[in-house]
Design a protein around this ligand. Structure first.
Ligand code: DAH
Length: 351
């Protein structure tokens, strides 16, 4: 509309043109600002009319009414347009009056995410993913892995045996829920062409109480490389590379001598504590280090047990628990959080 010649009114005119682009909430706010009964700009302007000298009242009053009418028309038109748009959307099945639903963000389980990252890193090094059964025989789970016949791990207190007849034959024995993923090493070596580079994720079971540091059912990831000329140097280089990729490029590692029946020599790899980065804290019991995995050069007897010529071939193996690694990474102090399916906890860590 044309300027009225009254500065107080004319400053409002540019706002007329913006009304047609306001949404419902902004429209209400603008209506209140311009025409609101208490403090609207035009209401204020009207209040001034009776205070003016009589000869000025008529002209000013007419201008106020003109501007008011223009705003009222613009507000009415915009309301109608918004109402029409809402009706059209509703007719298309979109109900704009329905409260918005909170966005759901899906996510992997934190242990699955860890497992995926571990397998990805090793796939990048030429390892293939292999799986084996969760019900194994004593031979695969223990004997082929060079456990002596009377090893305490085979005790009923530690191992969950499956009811039924023992499996006959050289690879048989009592049936059990595998206590580690190491028997998949045996399956990768048995009667298959070499070399082998495999990463083997899967569930394992032990007759353990469900407490802050144990779960009776848990994941492990096993690794195995067997070829001509593989040495402990390859093992160290591979696992140090893994630790740097997984925990961060500057992460320090150390290897400590250890013992496993199926590796010789055997070691455990520690990484610098992910919470205190080496200075010592309760999570690492003040040592600055956290134990991540067991590893070693494949015991020649394991190669011989699977028909591999241990004079010609050597290898390395390692095994780790992705739940434990997830705990180290996030500073989780109770493994049960990872296996209880509490959505509030899981949603917090989901990636
Ligand atoms: N099987 C071992 C366990 O359950 C973990 C392990 C240690 C696997 C050393 C390996 C290894 O392959 O070389 O505690």
């Amino acid at each position: 509309m044309q300027p009225t010649g009254y500065a107080q009114l004319d400053t409002l005119l540019p706002r007329l043109a913006t009304i047609e682009s306001l949404d419902a909430a902004a429209l209400d706010a603008e209506h209140t600002a311009i025409l609101g009964r208490k403090a609207g700009a035009l209401t204020e302007a009207s209040k001034a009319i009776p205070t003016l000298p009589p000869e000025q009242r008529r002209g000013y009053g007419a201008a106020v009414n003109q501007v008011k009418a223009a705003f009222e028309a613009a507000f009415t038109a915009r309301r109608a347009a918004l109402g029409e748009a809402a009706r059209r959307k509703q007719a298309e099945g979109i109900d704009l009056t329905m409260p918005a639903r909170r966005r759901w963000t899906g996510g992997r389980h934190p242990v699955t995410a860890t497992m995926d990252e571990i397998t990805d890193i090793f796939r990048g090094l030429g390892f293939v993913v292999a799986v084996g059964p969760e019900v194994e025989t004593e031979w695969f789970n223990f004997h082929a892995l060079n456990f002596p016949a009377d090893h305490p791990a085979m005790d009923m207190h530690d191992t969950l045996y499956v009811a039924g007849e023992p499996v006959e034959g050289p690879h048989g024995g009592r049936q059990l829920l595998r206590t580690h993923t190491s028997p998949v090493q045996i399956r990768c070596l048995l009667g298959q062409p070499l070399p082998v580079r495999a990463i083997m994720p899967g569930m394992c079971y032990r007759n353990d109480p469900f407490d802050p540091s144990h779960a009776p059912a848990f994941q492990q990831v096993e690794g195995l490389a067997v070829d001509e000329g593989i040495s402990f140097v390859d093992l160290k280089a591979t696992l140090v590379h893994f630790a740097r990729r997984f925990f961060g490029e500057t992460t320090r590692t150390r290897f400590r001598p250890s013992y496993f029946p199926f590796t010789e020599p055997s070691a455990e790899m520690d990484v610098e504590c992910q919470l205190c980065h080496g200075s010592g804290c309760p999570a690492c019991k003040g040592t600055g280090w956290m134990e991540v995995l067991g590893c070693g050069s494949v015991h020649p007897q394991v190669l011989e047990n699977t028909g591999v010529d241990s004079e010609r071939y050597t290898g390395f193996a390692f095994g780790m628990g992705p739940a434990r690694i997830t705990m180290l990474r996030h500073g989780i102090t109770d493994i049960r959080h990872l296996y209880e399916g509490d959505m509030r906890f899981l949603a917090h860590l989901a990636s």
